[in-house]
Design a protein around this ligand. Sequence first.
Ligand SMILES: NC(=O)C1=CN([C@@H]2O[C@H](COP(=O)(O)OP(=O)(O)OC[C@H]3O[C@@H](n4cnc5c(N)ncnc54)[C@H](O)[C@@H]3O)[C@@H](O)[C@H]2O)C=CC1
Ligand SMILES: O=C(O)[C@H]1O[C@H](OP(=O)(O)OP(=O)(O)OC[C@H]2O[C@@H](n3ccc(=O)[nH]c3=O)[C@H](O)[C@@H]2O)[C@H](O)[C@@H](O)[C@@H]1O
Length: 430
Amino acid sequence: MKISIIGSGYVGTTIAACFAEVGHDVVNVDIDEDIVASLNDGEAPIHEPGLDELVEKHAGDRLRATTDYDAIVETDATFLALPTPSEDDGHIDLSIMEAGARSVGRTLADKDGYHLVVTKSTVVPTTTEEVIAPILEAESGLELGSDFDVGMNPEFLREGSAVSDFLDPDKVVLGSETDRAATLLRDVFDPLVEQADSPPVVETGVREAEMIKYANNAFLASKISLANDLANICKEYDIDSEEVLDAVGLDSRIGSAFLGAGVGWGGSCFPKDVAAIVAAARDAGYEAKMLEAAVEVNDRQPVRMLDILRDHADPSGARVAVLGLAFKPGTDDVRNSRAIPLIDALLDSGADVVGYDPVATANMREHFPDIDYADSAADALAGADAALVVTDWDEFAALDDEFDAMTDAVVVDGRRIVSRRDGIVYESLV
Ligand SMILES: NC(=O)C1=CN([C@@H]2O[C@H](COP(=O)(O)OP(=O)(O)OC[C@H]3O[C@@H](n4cnc5c(N)ncnc54)[C@H](O)[C@@H]3O)[C@@H](O)[C@H]2O)C=CC1
Ligand SMILES: O=C(O)[C@H]1O[C@H](OP(=O)(O)OP(=O)(O)OC[C@H]2O[C@@H](n3ccc(=O)[nH]c3=O)[C@H](O)[C@@H]2O)[C@H](O)[C@@H](O)[C@@H]1O
């Protein structure tokens, strides 16, 4: 099949390369000329394990990129993989989706024959039918339900394992409102489902598919916050929270994944998606109390970490090493990293901050151009009065003699990753 994908970021590039891998002809449309050039040169514009190989293998053959929306006319289906950021009050900002839909609609005016437009981005329920579809109709002059249909196919991949998550998913969710759209979506996913050893395929309505994505992310984020709440109680009683949560996770109804207690969840999606569904629920007249509490617990974890530091050392005038700047290990992405509120609070307290991350320093420098950055954990620790461990990079577990170079070795561990205890003042957050 011929597929077009609008947007070539984490999701757009990954699904384009993977659709090409399972045999589709794919064209990626992005407004960024550098991204388009990179894809056409056979180089992935983002860092994801396995992506370079797929892009190199298919570029110039089953995979091409362009800035020209006209390319979608020749395709059977168009996937919108555009950003859906948050407004300041948490509401979803649909302006980029609306701009993309206008461009797609204008282009489809020139198409003879049926077309399917699928929302891949995470959007609050009713967006595809009540925002995207009317724009497509108005701009194209075509009629929804006869000339074209809309569908919704939420994405569950994680950064750092995007290719393997997409090619080997736990489930595929296909949202549509007409038989023709359902059949076409099935045709798109059949080759992927077959090579992935037939994961469950959930065929549902468009707004149900939109809600499944939010429910998924809200559940995972809340599970971490609940683990953090329980771990905080454990700490009050001097109980090892890891032992407790490991045992709890053995219950097959609960499961061990996403029970990792610590400084909380960040990244480009959990914070914005939980905020967006809470705001959408409020607009609809419902107060999502559990989700609001999940956010509150998450916001409190970095504050608790600073409180622990203050129990052992005065941050004012102290040199504090922040180990780990990425929102999770395996990525250079710092969007909503827990390191950001921590560094902000340290600077407010008058601390002299030195940050270290194996790969995310350049991105964090854009947020905090004026703090120091070290080239290694050892350099960050040398002469520091205290260290806060924020991201669970494996290399932090191996730190040992490096702590001896600290001036006053106070270590507050936000991810329970540091092994060394002797000769340092060590306290874990949970
Ligand atoms: N990043 C992730 O791990 C996941 C993201 N999602 C959702 O997928 C959606 C996309 O997210 P990402 O891929 O992370 O975004 P991204 O920011 O990495 O990439 C978006 C791309 O769209 C391009 N773009 C912007 N306006 C455009 C326009 N009018 N026409 C064509 N291209 C345009 C940008 O140049 C950029 O390359 C969001 O709704 C996100 O919530 C869903 C699952 C996982
Ligand atoms: O919608 C999205 O964009 C994606 O959001 C998350 O993926 P991602 O943000 O890449 O990263 P995760 O591995 O889920 O981690 C998110 C945050 O939770 C934290 N986390 C994770 C697991 C855990 O046990 N404890 C914990 O604090 C991580 O450190 C990180 O800050 C979801 O896992 C994906 O399924 C989803 O598609």
